[in-house]
Ligand binder design. Structure first.
Ligand code: NAG
Ligand code: NAG
Ligand code: NAG
Ligand code: NAG
Ligand code: NAG
Ligand code: NAG
Ligand code: NAG
Ligand code: NAG
Length: 361
């Protein structure tokens, strides 16, 4: 059975569709690249219809949707392949993903750590094998026999959320399913006398649902994906309710100081990144703003909240009407922006009530 890098395969698959991402990423093994923005802290994202993708993530292909308690990655038609990516990097860390994988033959749910020089750490779920999960890793994109393993688990990966946790430090990699350790890879074992293939450079987080069994895919890949996908029996939905990321490094950004791709060559610049600032200050800013307002202004603002919500509703209607014209992806960005504003408004109201500034209606 052929093994391959999810990322490389996705690029190839996506390149053959209308969704092609044309941006070229800088290859630090060959070029001098701009610094990677660090997470530099720990954070949990709970996804729900009320907490949309914030500026710390980008949708890199297709569109995502939301349920009451999760983000939904749906394959509803040929070559749908919704994917998101963190706008930050972790330089060693602990990742916790709460995932309900998508069912269906030819459907691959995946959660991947990916660095600029193609180090990679994977979780993958084949939709037709719901009692199994696959672990894999790559150093510098190189395919080495035996890095990919399939694990039998108890329960179903597609009927319920499970906690998939990755521990990644300079010495070892661990894959945890709920509270069971499935696998450990030691850095000392992921090398020979001339090469090393242990992942060790700053990573982004990428999540997606992907029709690996599309008929246009190479035969080996279709077999790996469990067979040809039947688009008519979809949609095939992957759900992610929560992601926790802990960056083991703290700093503002990570820079490759040479072309070795060795973890010792990564420079850590001290400070807080724009990402950690966003995550740490967003909530305070709102409370701060309110606290600084004069009582008269507070009353005036509250009086206008009803009006603003009304305007928000009109914006949503406008977005919905516009959806057909501007396409789903742009619509999603617009909608996210609106949802973010709406969430802020709700939070603000909740805070006001807690502080006793206003009475419940
Ligand atoms: C580096 O560049 C050379 C020449 O352009 C190319 O052959 C090689 O594949 C590149 N290596 C990587 C890792 O991108
Ligand atoms: C996120 O979800 C977890 C599990 O449901 C919960 O324990 C935690 O309080 C939530 N955090 C936030 C900030 O909502
Ligand atoms: C995320 O998307 C925004 C808007 O499209 C873009 O400006 C930004 O460069 C993207 N960030 C990354 C890290 O790709
Ligand atoms: C996993 O399950 C499959 C069939 O369900 C079985 O053939 C295989 O031996 C099991 N693997 C392990 C490692 O237990
Ligand atoms: C998820 O699993 C990891 C590894 O077993 C564990 O440390 C963590 O506490 C679990 N998270 C939750 C919310 O149970
Ligand atoms: C070491 O591994 C590389 C693959 O990364 C392989 O091409 C090479 O032949 C191996 N060298 C030895 C001495 O086994
Ligand atoms: C990395 O850090 C070293 C030591 O502080 C410094 O000499 C070098 O210029 C840095 N390189 C880059 C690319 O930041
Ligand atoms: C970084 O952020 C933390 C927490 O928000 C703050 O206490 C600290 O002063 C910040 N450091 C710098 C250099 O801005």
């Amino acid at each position: 059975m052929s093994r391959f890098s999810y990322f490389t395969a996705l690029l190839a698959a996506v390149a053959s569709t209308v969704h092609a991402q044309t941006s070229t990423t800088c290859q630090p093994l060959n070029e001098t690249c701009p610094p990677d923005v660090a997470l530099g802290t720990s954070h949990t994202w709970n996804f729900s219809s009320n907490s949309i993708l914030d500026s710390t993530w980008n949708i890199t292909n297709g569109a995502v949707d939301y349920t009451d308690n999760a983000m939904k990655f749906s394959i509803a038609k040929k070559l749908d392949s919704p994917t998101i990516q963190s706008n930050f990097y972790i330089f060693f860390g602990r990742m916790e993903y709460h995932v309900q994988a998508a069912p269906g033959q030819g459907v691959i749910s995946s959660v991947v750590l990916e660095s600029d020089d193609l180090d990679e750490v994977d979780w993958e779920w084949v939709g037709s094998s719901d009692t199994q999960v696959q672990s894999n890793y790559f150093g510098k994109g190189e395919t080495i026999a035996g890095t990919g393993l399939t694990h039998n688990i108890s329960g179903s990966t597609t009927d319920a959320y499970h906690n998939y946790t990755t521990w990644w430090d300079k010495d070892k990699l661990e894959w945890w399913f709920d509270n069971t350790l499935l696998r450990t890879v030691y850095a000392a074992d992921a090398k020979n006398s001339t090469n090393t293939w242990y992942p060790q450079t700053p990573m982004t987080i990428r999540l997606g649902n992907w029709p690996g069994g599309d008929p246009a895919q190479p035969e080996g890949r279709i077999i790996w994906a469990g067979g040809i996908i039947d688009y008519d029996s979809g949609p095939y939905n992957m759900y992610v309710s929560q992601i926790s990321a802990q960056d083991f490094s703290s700093g503002k950004e990570y820079t490759y100081s040479d072309h070795s791709g060795d973890w010792k060559s990564i420079n850590i610049t001290a400070g807080n990144s724009t990402i950690s600032d966003t995550l740490n200050t967003k909530h305070e800013t709102l409370a701060q703003k309110w606290a600084n307002l004069a009582p008269g202004a507070k009353i005036a603002i509250y009086a206008s909240v009803g009006g603003v919500l009304g305007i928000g509703l009109m914006v949503l209607l406008f977005c919905c009407i516009k959806q057909r014209r501007i396409g789903k992806r742009e619509w999603n960005v617009q909608n996210n922006r609106f949802m973010e504003e709406r969430t802020d408004m709700m939070n603000m109201q909740a805070e006001w009530r807690q502080k006793g500034y206003v009475e419940m209606k």
